[in-house]
Structure formats: structure tokens, C-alpha cells
Design a protein around this ligand. Sequence first.
Ligand code: C5P
Length: 224
Amino acid sequence: MRKIVVAIDGFSGCGKSSTAKTVAKELGYTYIDSGAMYRAATLHFLNRMTVLTNPVEVEKSLDTLSIAFHPSEENGRQETFLNGLNVEEEIRSMRVSENVSEVSKIKEVRVELVAQQQKLGKKKGVVMDGRDIGTVVFPDAELKVFMTADLLIRAERRQKELLERGELVELDKIANNLKERDRIDSTRKESPLLKANDAVEIDTSFMDFEDQVNQIVELAKKKI
Ligand code: C5P
């Protein structure tokens, strides 16, 4: 059976990651969370207090950046490592969410991370989610999905996720962060968030999780 690339893009907090993760499991594919890579880069820049407008500092921070994914010993779930340290929890914090879109705007950051993503997906058999996967990272992906959902519904879902991680954040603050990230991600010069012409759009506002996953798995099976 031939292996394909499934590219899932869309706005912040649409449930792309959890959907992509389950789709990958159903297909027996590898899941790659490109957002986690931008989040890990952001944490690294914050730790080093990198001045984002200083190209020399940005370059130095990129030179010392190493991102890897390893399965958790506890439950097999994929976790993100930054320079050898498990940062899976920390990269999901509001502090990182509030800075990630500014870091993701930087051309040098994108060049580096896109190259890593292309390497990870070279052998196909991957489901990757992000903002530019179907347009820039894998423009030839066999299946492209563009996910959307109502802002308030997205904010409520994200609030629940943060709460499960022990962080209580007001709904307004989350909604504003999602809106602001969508604005920066969609209007930036370098590979803005766009729906690829050949992407299938799925609005998940009123869909249950199982239906979202099944729809994408069925679309993928038609291409295999
Ligand atoms: O997917 P997630 O919400 O974790 O992504 C966090 C941020 O990383 C996005 O808001 C966006 O700024 C950036 N990102 C990106 N390109 C990707 C994936 C994420 O610019 N492919």
C-alpha cells in the first residue's frame, strides 16, 4: 500500500492536533506537531531573552536550538524535547502562546523549522498539522485539510485543555490570544496561514471528535 502525506492546517485552537494525532494512529502513520516546534523555538528564545529584531541574536539562538520528539514512557504519547529537556508541558503555557506568533514570523526561524519538517516527512506516512503544511512544507501532499471553528467554541476547548494541565485562564484572555495569533499568522509576510486551493475545508464547530477523525481517515483511504 502506498504511503501518503496528510497535511492539516487551520486556525488556532480548532482541534487540529488532537484530530491529527488520532488520524495518524488510525492510519498507522507518524504524527508531527509542527506547532510544537514553533512553541519549543519560542521557549528557547524566551529563555535566552533573544531580541527578535536582532538578526545576529536570532541566528545564535537558532544555532543552539535542538528539537526532538520522543514517546512518553508513561503513556506512549509523543512529547517535545528542547535541547534534551522535556518541555511538553511548558510549551503549552500562556506565556509561550503569547509569544509564539511573533517568533514564527521570523524568516530564519521558518527556514530552519520547515527544513526539519520536510526531513521528518520525507518518507511519507505522516500526518502533520500546522499553518503552512499544505502550502509550503508539503505543497504536493496527497491530502490537505483546512480546519476552522467558531472562535468562542475554540476558546472554550482551549480553556478546558489548560485547566486539565492545571492552568486556570479567563475565557476572554484565551479568545483574545487565539484571535491575535490568527491575525498575526494570517497577515505575516513569510508563509501566512492560507487555505491551499486543493484543501478540503472542515468546520468543526458542531462536529464531534469522532466524526472529524472519521471524515479525514475516509478521505485519506481514498488516496492510498
Ligand atoms: O498549532 P499551535 O497552535 O500549537 O501553533 C502555535 C503557533 O505556532 C501558531 O499560532 C503559529 O504562530 C505557529 N505555527 C506556524 N506554522 C506552523 C505551525 C505553527 O507559524 N506550521
